[in-house]
Design a binder for this molecule. Structure first.
Ligand SMILES: CC(C)(COP(=O)(O)OP(=O)(O)OC[C@H]1O[C@@H](n2cnc3c(N)ncnc32)[C@H](O)[C@@H]1OP(=O)(O)O)[C@@H](O)C(=O)NCCC(=O)NCCS
Length: 165
């Protein structure tokens, strides 16, 4: 990632910019729409990438489903900044948030399987996450035509591999 960019936890005043970035892709059917109000209520779960001018270029969130399982959700990188490592950086920051909260089993439901495969996630059956299915999928209008693919990463195993290397 370029040296003039940095990753940080989101603040309440970021909610409108996060919503704008998220909904650019939501309008194209690539992710769920999220209003500034909904984001503000969960602002402690968001991380962002910002440039020196204060512009938000990427965002992502950790959505907890149980004390040990969470979703890497709402990952979006400003179109002009694609392909420069911001997606990888924002997922890494969401994973860091998960570790701080003692959560090591993270997953994503995504239309971008190649991105998640490139950053070390394994394709898994979504049935592994019944909490997600119960809370979100059962009430979703696209539940019988969902083409999102489930990817997961075990952050504990990753830390152990890092220590052994
Ligand atoms: C998917 C998205 C987050 C990727 O962000 P990015 O900043 O362009 O990704 P990075 O530059 O960090 O790429 C990391 C790796 O993923 C790969 N990658 C990124 N997007 C990819 C794609 N669409 N298809 C295949 N590989 C992809 C890169 O080649 C790179 O691999 P490498 O390190 O082996 O070279 C971005 O395209 C985006 O915001 N898309 C719209 C919103 C969206 O679909 N979000 C996902 C919702 S779950």
């Amino acid at each position: 990632m370029a040296p003039d960019l940095f990753v940080r936890r989101a603040r309440p005043q970021d909610a409108a910019a996060i919503s704008h970035l998220n909904n650019t892709f939501a309008n194209e059917g690539q992710m769920l729409e999220r209003s500034p109000e909904v984001i503000a209520l969960a602002i402690d779960d968001y991380v962002v990438v910002q440039n020196l001018a204060g512009e938000l270029l990427a965002c992502g969130a950790l959505k907890e489903y149980s004390p040990s399982v969470a979703e890497v959700a709402a990952i979006a990188v400003s179109r002009d900044a694609h392909g420069k490592g911001l997606g990888r950086a924002i997922v890494s920051a969401v994973e860091e948030l998960a570790r701080k909260r003692g959560i090591y089993d993270v997953f994503a439901l995504t239309l971008q399987p190649d991105f998640f495969a490139a950053i070390g996630y394994q394709r898994v059956d979504r049935a592994r996450y019944p909490e997600k299915i119960r809370r979100d999928c059962l009430g979703c209008a696209r539940r019988f035509a969902c083409n999102e693919i489930c990817f997961a990463k075990n952050l504990m195993a990753e830390a152990e591999i890092g220590r052994a290397a």
